[in-house]
Ligand binder design. Structure first.
Ligand code: ZN
Length: 490
């Protein structure tokens, strides 16, 4: 089964073909950096990270660009209010660029914890003002944009294709819009490419139309085309950006170049709280930093990937608790396998076989099912369910002592490849990254050392008391020539 992707542009799943064979050029709208990231950001960037990890895993050379919006994203549904960074700067009594710097750092910190790999390029909107001005100039020259009092607007009526992504046509959108008699726009749906700056507006640049700042939509066209070319493979973003942001990106880019802008549009669905979108403006958001105080960030990643990226994911403490216990169960299976591989059979040559045994053949089938799930529009929910199926089979095999060392190694490799490299939920070092596990290992080392001391003083009953006590809570000690090893009972 080859990779199929649901393309919002055509509203159906399509077989994935690249513009240049073997290479994928991909852009995802990044955060507006005026606050710490909440769970909604986590869902979006974990979903796209997993898509990119998978594309790389199946052999594509991916160039991934994700911008940082540090100017021009205004408040309000129609993006006509105050600049978000300037407003936050007033609240914190800081320069907007300081706000941008601090929250950009915070964003990457939070994403690193979630195992989100960094983009290849993270361009800042304020670092690409020249490119944005150039696009605006050319759009005026080509007759798609007009200037009024130092601001420039895109004339939506000039673009016959406007509405192609969202399915909204301009007449339909207009009927629900109150026409502001004072508006300088020729049509209510026209959008700003460049805005005149009032004297008190801190972020402003010189342009052919006077002092001003770029509109939000134009930055993504400027930065994506600069680094990925005028036509590229995939553009991603949150479903809430489909209209107007992405519709406007298509309009201005295609009118500028006369070429198709993007081949596949991928939209990630939202986190909801009691059925309502989680967002900063609605005030019903939970910060990732707050969740990290209670949960291993990889539990949150697991929670996100348990649903398909195009589905909404309803957040509640109970749902997250459920994800936590599911995740621990999966991780425990991996721990057991690695414990066995590192301690129990290490010296037992009789477990070594040369030919693939039946279990290994089952693993080939398992892997192809996993790839089918991911090839079906990145169905991570199904992929995780398959990891649990594998875990169940391994647990049964371990309890009956039926698995060879080759099989266990092959299973471990599969968990590392599919659960680690692709889904990013199984760390390469389970004990050191699961938080609780790391402490357990350290505690066990202390106990083992104390018991060795007790034994050297021939205090046998005390030594047995330690061993028996651990046995009761599920940990077995094995005294070997080179020291004492511990393992969890199955
Ligand atoms: Zn964007």
């Amino acid at each position: 089964m080859s990779l199929t992707i649901y393309n919002t542009l055509t509203r159906r799943k399509e077989e994935f073909t690249q513009l240049t064979e073997g290479f994928v050029r991909m852009y995802v709208c990044g955060p507006t950096v005026y606050g710490h990231s909440h769970l909604g950001h986590g869902k979006s960037y974990v979903s796209f990270d997993t898509i990119i990890r998978y594309l790389r895993y199946i052999g594509y050379k991916v160039t991934y660009v994700q911008n940082i919006t540090d100017v021009g994203h205004l408040l309000g549904e129609t993006n006509e209010g105050e600049d978000r960074l300037i407003k936050q700067g007033k609240i914190e009594q800081k320069h907007p660029m300081q706000i941008a710097e601090e929250y950009t750092r915070s964003y990457f910190e939070d994403m690193d914890a979630l195992g989100v790999q960094r983009p290849d390029i993270s361009p800042r909107a304020t670092g690409h003002i020249t490119e944005q001005i150039e696009i605006v100039k050319q759009l005026i020259e080509k007759g798609f944009a007009y200037e009024v009092n130092g601001s420039v607007y895109f004339a939506v009526s000039k673009d016959k294709e406007y509405g192609i992504l969202s399915g909204r046509n301009t007449d339909e959108a207009e009927s629900g819009t109150r026409v502001d008699v004072k508006s300088e726009k020729r049509h209510p749906n026209d959008f700003a490419l460049w805005k005149r700056a009032e004297p008190e507006h801190i972020m402003q640049w010189t342009s052919p139309w006077g002092l001003g700042f770029p509109g939000w939509h134009v930055e993504c066209s400027a930065m994506s085309m600069k680094y990925l070319g005028e036509t590229f493979d995939i553009h991603g973003g949150g479903l809430d950006n489909q209209f107007p942001h992405h519709e406007c990106e298509i309009a201005q880019s295609e009118c500028l170049t006369g070429k198709p802008f993007v081949k596949y549009w991928i939209h990630n669905n939202l986190i909801t709280v009691n059925g309502q979108k989680m967002s900063k403006s609605l005030g019903n958001f939970t910060l990732l930093k707050d969740l990290y105080k209670k949960y291993n960030p990889l539990v949150i990643r697991f929670f996100i990937l348990q649903s398909h990226y195009r589905s909404t994911l309803d957040f509640s403490e109970e749902a997250l608790q459920g994800a936590k216990s599911g995740y621990e169960k999966l991780l425990n299976t991996v721990r057991q396998i690695r414990d066995v591989l590192s301690f129990e059979y290490r010296d037992l040559n009789q477990f070594k076989t040369q030919n693939p045994n039946p279990e290994t053949i089952l693993l080939t089938k398992f892997k192809s099912d996993f790839l089918d799930a991911m090839n079906d529009d990145f169905n991570t929910a199904q992929a995780i369910a398959l990891l649990f199926d594998l875990g169940r089979e391994v647990n049964v095999g371990l309890s009956k002592n039926e698995l060879s060392i080759e099989t266990l190694n092959a299973v471990d490799n599969l968990f590392s490849e599919l659960g680690g490299q692709v889904l990013g939920i199984i760390p390469s070092n389970v004990d050191t990254q699961s938080g609780e596990g790391n402490q357990t290992a350290d505690l066990m080392q202390i106990i083992v050392d104390v018991r060795a001391e007790v034994r050297s003083q021939k205090l046998w009953s005390l030594s047995d008391k330690i061993r028996d006590g651990l046995q009761k809570i599920g940990i077995t000690l094995e005294d070997k020539k080179d020291g004492t090893k511990w393992k969890r009972q199955q």
